[in-house]
Design a protein around this ligand. Structure first.
Ligand SMILES: [Zn+2]
Length: 58
């Protein structure tokens, strides 16, 4: 999916550590069905994989 972070399967979703804030507990939730992600931590933002790439590359 090109998220560049390690994701672990968690039910129907994947969770991992967010790249955009100092994430000690995995607060990044990715839905493989819709290709949408959401950071439940500090960022409290989400979007599509395109948004992710844009955010990563600035
Ligand atoms: Zn975050």
């Amino acid at each position: 999916m090109g998220f560049g972070v390690e994701l672990k399967k968690h039910g129907a979703e994947w969770i991992g550590q967010c790249s955009f804030h100092e994430d000690k507990t995995p607060s990044l939730v990715v839905s493989p069905k819709t290709n949408l992600w959401h950071c439940l931590g500090k960022c409290n933002v989400g979007g599509s994989t395109i948004d992710w790439v844009m955010k990563t590359k600035g």
